[in-house]
Design a protein around this ligand. Structure first.
Ligand SMILES: Nc1ncnc2c1ncn2[C@@H]1O[C@H](COP(=O)(O)OP(=O)(O)OP(=O)(O)O)[C@@H](O)[C@H]1O
Ligand SMILES: [Mg+2]
Length: 305
């Protein structure tokens, strides 16, 4: 069970299935990573949790309440949301936007003034208070929208690629804010990303998605599963030719350069046998995949479609 429960969620846009039979929970005091490539369905799931999109099958519960076409106001106040694209009315100043949102959440105008400035300060954005959002850079605007999620303490944070577009300093700060929210306040955080390294060291569990769930479980288990993966590296005189031959034999080959191919889930021997007499082989060896490569192999290789 969790503060957010997604069960058997299926979402179609007209005839296109965006998300199919996805189940996971976001638990108190934990960060859950929602990982997947572009178009995997991350934003769709977050929109379903917020009630902005309606599931075709399955259901979503937030703080025990079933979400049907929107979050009940009591629950909505407990949810901090960072949208994927930092879009906001360009004519408003950062403080106008945040104060307006705070009042809509039920704060008095005095509290709203105080909390808007406090939240901006968390993101080093206090100087943007009187500046129009249209005149801020993309990363600066993103920081204002992240600040908005921290207007008051929340039980649940839904963050759709919050690090995308931020510089290294602010990625580190946002990571710190997220771990404080889960550590100190015991919030449940759902953090989407298409990069494993963004959730590594922060999330305790992950859902790897490509329309369907490819992996769900502990980060440590995923890392140990992934780092066992190996690849065969072949240096040849004509890598393009080698690629065609290997793929024709059903091997998972990819081109690295004009003279190098890599093959996943294969033995050195298989590769040598496949290439012998067809291209000139300079060398074939086996190597470990680095983490990001192994993750890519997982999301490329399986399912979705
Ligand atoms: N409003 C929409 N109408 C039609 N199809 C949509 C709509 N929104 C999303 N889709 C489709 O649903 C699928 C999932 O999209 P979604 O935005 O959830 O992916 P994502 O994992 O957030 O990707 P990204 O990493 O690019 O943000 C995609 O195939 C996309 O084309
Ligand atoms: Mg998205």
């Amino acid at each position: 069970m969790g503060l957010v429960e997604v069960e058997g969620l299926t979402k179609r846009y007209k005839w296109r299935v965006a998300v199919e039979d996805v189940t996971f929970y976001v638990e108190e005091g934990r960060v859950t990573g929602l990982l997947g490539p572009n178009g995997a369905g991350k934003t769709t799931i977050i929109r379903c949790i917020l009630g902005l999109a309606r599931p075709d099958r399955g259901h979503v519960r937030v703080l025990g309440e079933t979400v049907l076409g929107g979050l009940p106001p009591r629950v909505a106040r407990e949810v901090g949301y960072v949208p994927e694209t930092p879009e906001a009315p360009p004519w408003l100043t950062a403080c106008e936007l945040l104060e307006y949102l705070a009042v809509m959440e039920g704060m008095s105008s005095l509290d709203a003034r105080v909390q808007a400035r406090r939240a901006l300060a968390l993101l080093g954005a206090e100087d943007f208070c009187g500046r129009r959002l249209g005149g801020l850079s993309k990363g600066e605007r993103k920081r204002v929208l992240i600040a908005q999620a921290f207007l008051q303490p929340r039980s649940v944070y839904l963050m759709d690629e919050p690090m995308a577009g931020l510089d290294a300093e602010w990625i580190a700060e946002v990571r710190r804010l997220i771990s404080e929210a889960t550590g100190g306040e015991g919030a449940a955080v759902l953090l989407s990303s298409h990069l494993l390294k963004e959730v590594e060291g922060l999330a305790s569990s992950v859902v790897v998605l490509k329309k369907r769930v490819l992996y769900r479980g502990g980060v440590e288990d995923l890392l140990s599963k992934l780092t066992q993966a190996r690849k065969v590296v072949a240096d040849v005189d004509d890598a393009k030719r080698a690629l065609d031959v290997l793929r024709a034999k059903g091997l998972k080959a990819q081109l690295v350069s004009a003279k190098r191919v890599e093959v996943l889930d294969a033995d050195v021997e298989d590769v040598v046998i496949a290439l012998k007499g067809i291209v000139r082989i300079y060398g074939v060896s086996s190597a470990r995949l680095d983490l990001e490569e192994a993750y890519l192999a997982l999301v490329r290789g399986e399912g979705g479609g």
